[in-house]
Design a protein around this ligand. Structure first.
Ligand code: AMP
Length: 203
């Protein structure tokens, strides 16, 4: 995240990089991802474990899209004591209703060159289908279809929602309203992190 100068570790991005490179991991993950299903815990945990051993995570990091199951959350809990110098984990749930999620997902278009994200409904490019910054044709993720969305929501309800309950009882859990414009959501997250830093998770 640019505001803090720490890396964003997105398990979805790592999986898509593996698909683009044609690795065995990518091949195994692609069918599941296109169907809106989760990739097995062991694969994702190993991926995150490898990334957390890189030297750039020492000042902190943002896990994006992980943990997504209780098994991943318990695995992470067991790993954290290995990172003694790091500030303690903060879990942030960004709440968005299902109708808005569908609009964001089916309308999402990504520039493969600069990674900028557009939405054809709420934040369209100046010229249809083309990145404003570098003119690259925009891409539509193969799992950003309505059919995959329905499956992704099912996986969310049965496997990911329990992860929120896992963290909810912790004083280092926060929720923010994700329906607001992107800068406002980012500001709410930063405010939540600052209040935890200043009050040590006691509020
Ligand atoms: P995302 O980019 O976070 O929307 O993730 C895209 C897809 O990658 C998901 O629908 C899953 O198929 C897979 N994926 C990403 N993160 C995880 C995870 N933590 N556990 C299992 N599958 C994941």
């Amino acid at each position: 995240m640019t505001r803090f100068g720490i890396p964003q570790i997105s398990t979805g991005d790592i999986l898509r990089e593996n698909i683009a490179k044609g690795t065995a991991l990518g091949k195994a993950a692609k069918t599941l991802m296109d169907q809106g299903q989760l990739v097995p815990d062991e694969i994702v945990n190993d991926m995150v474990g490898a990334r957390l051993s890189d030297s750039d995570v020492h000042a902190g990091y943002i896990l994006d899209g992980f943990p997504r199951t209780l098994a991943q959350a318990t695995w992470l809990d067991a790993q954290l004591p290995n990172f003694r110098d790091m500030p303690p984990l903060v879990a942030v749930n960004i709440r968005v209703d299902e109708a808005e999620l569908l609009r964001r997902i089916t309308g999402r278009r990504i520039c493969p060159t600069c990674k900028r994200i557009y939405n054809i409904y709420s934040n369209p490019p100046l010229k249809d289908g083309v990145c404003d910054v570098d003119g690259t044709p925009l891409q539509h993720r193969s799992d950003d279809t309505e059919a995959a969305f329905v499956q992704r929501m099912k996986a969310y309800d049965s496997l990911t929602a329990p992860v929120i309950d896992h963290y909810r009882s912790s004083s280092r859990f926060r929720e923010v309203d994700g329906t607001k414009p992107v800068e406002q959501v980012a500001d709410s997250i930063v405010a939540a992190l600052r209040s935890l830093r200043d009050h040590g998770g006691q509020s």
